[in-house]
Design a protein around this ligand. Structure first.
Ligand SMILES: Nc1ncnc2c1ncn2[C@@H]1O[C@H](COP(=O)(O)OP(=O)(O)OP(=O)(O)O)[C@@H](O)[C@H]1O
Length: 290
C-alpha cells in the first residue's frame, strides 16, 4: 500500500505544480489518467523515488524514504517513458546486468521473465538491432526483476503490437493481486476488464480516485447507441458523437447526451473512456477540451 500525504512537487523548467493532498493506493492495478501535461509522469517518478517531493510524505507499506530508502528502492520496479537501454549490450546480458544492480542474481527468474515477455528469441541480439516493441518489452521485463511489491509503469503499452499489449495486460493482471501496480495510460478501454481503480489528474491535482465501478457511476450524461439514415446524420450535434461506423447504408452512432437523439437510440453502459469524456465535458476547466 502506498500513502501520500500533502505531497508537493514543482518542475524546475515550468510553472507546473503537483499537489496531492491525500491519497492511498491499495494493492491491485491503479490507472493514472489525464491530459498531456496533467502530471502523470511526474507523480510516477515521485512514487518510484526517481525524484523527491518538495514537501509531504510518501509511505510504502508504512516505510518512508527518509528512513528506509534502500529497502523501498529494492521493492520497486519502474518503467519510465522512453527508457534508455545500453545499445551495445545483448538483451540477456542487459537483463543480467540490471538484475545484479538490483542485487538479484536468480538466473531462473531471468529466464522466466525472458519467456514471459517473449524475449527469448532476442537474447543474443544487441539492443541497437531490436525493434521498438522488443526494446519496450525489455524495459517492461526489467521492472519485474526481484518480484517487487510496487510497480510504477509510465505508458507501458507504448510501441507494443496488439497481441503483445493484450499479453502484457494479462501478465500484469495475473501478477497484481499482492502488489501495488500504478500505470499511467491513455488507453483506458484496453485496461477496462483488468484494472481495479482509477486516479484522474488534471493540472497536477487529483480530480477523482476510486474503483472502476465508481468511475462509471453518477455521470451527468449518458451514452446512447442507435442506427440512423446517413442523410439524417447531419442533424446530430457532432460534438456529442463518440463513434460512428457505416453499416449497410446506415450509420451506427455512439452518442453522448442527457437524452437520446432519437427514439431508436438505446442507453449503453459507459466504457472507461466514455466516462472519461463525460467527466472531462462536465468539468468546468475542461469543458472546451472535448
Ligand atoms: N524534468 C522536468 N523538467 C521540467 N519540467 C518538467 C519535467 N518533468 C515534467 N515537467 C513539466 O511538468 C508538467 C507535467 O508533465 P508530466 O510529464 O508529468 O505530464 P503527463 O501527464 O505525464 O503528460 P503526458 O500525458 O504528455 O505524458 C509539464 O508541464 C512538464 O513540462
Amino acid at each position: 500500500m502506498l500513502e501520500l500525504q500533502r505531497v508537493i512537487w514543482r518542475s524546475a523548467g515550468s510553472d507546473f505544480r503537483l499537489f496531492i493532498p491525500r491519497l492511498t493506493v491499495k494493492s491491485g492495478i491503479t490507472l493514472i489518467v489525464g491530459r498531456n501535461g496533467a502530471g502523470k509522469s511526474s507523480l510516477l517518478k515521485l512514487m518510484a523515488t526517481a525524484q523527491f517531493p518538495l514537501e509531504g510524505d510518501i509511505r510504502y507499506d508504512g516505510m518512508t524514504t527518509s528512513r528506509d530508502l534502500a529497502v523501498i528502492r529494492s521493492s520497486i520496479g519502474f518503467v519510465p517513458t522512453g527508457a534508455e537501454l545500453y545499445e551495445e549490450m545483448k538483451a540477456a546480458k542487459l537483463l543480467r546486468y540490471l538484475a545484479e544492480l538490483k542485487g538479484n542474481t536468480n538466473p531462473a527468474q531471468l529466464d522466466q521473465l525472458m519467456d514471459s515477455f517473449h524475449l527469448a528469441p532476442y537474447k543474443n541480439d544487441k539492443i541497437k538491432s531490436l525493434a521498438q516493441g522488443v526494446r519496450q518489452r525489455i524495459a517492461l521485463a526489467q521492472a519485474w526483476i526481484g518480484s517487487p511489491s510496487f510497480l510504477f509503469m509510465d505508458e507501458p503499452l507504448n510501441a507494443l503490437d496488439s497481441l503483445e499489449r493484450l499479453h502484457f495486460i494479462r501478465y500484469v493482471a495475473a501478477n497484481a493481486r499482492n502488489r501495488t501496480v500504478v500505470i499511467s495510460t491513455h488507453e483506458l478501454n484496453e485496461w477496462e476488464a483488468w484494472a481495479d481503480r482509477i486516479l484522474w489528474l488534471d493540472e497536477g491535482r487529483p480530480l477523482f480516485h476510486g474503483t472502476i465501478a465508481e468511475w462509471g457511476e453518477d455521470l451527468p450524461l449518458s451514452v446512447w447507441e442507435g442506427r440512423i439514415d446517413i442523410k439524417d446524420y447531419h442533424h446530430l450535434n457532432p460534438e456529442h458523437v463518440l463513434h460512428v461506423r457505416e453499416d449497410n447504408l446506415a450509420y451506427v452512432v455512439r452518442y453522448l447526451g442527457s437524452e437520446p437523439p432519437g427514439s431508436q437510440f438505446i442507453r449503453q453502459s459507459p466504457t472507461l473512456e466514455d466516462a472519461y469524456f463525460i467527466r472531462c465535458r462536465s468539468h468546468p476547466t475542461l469543458l472546451n477540451s472535448i
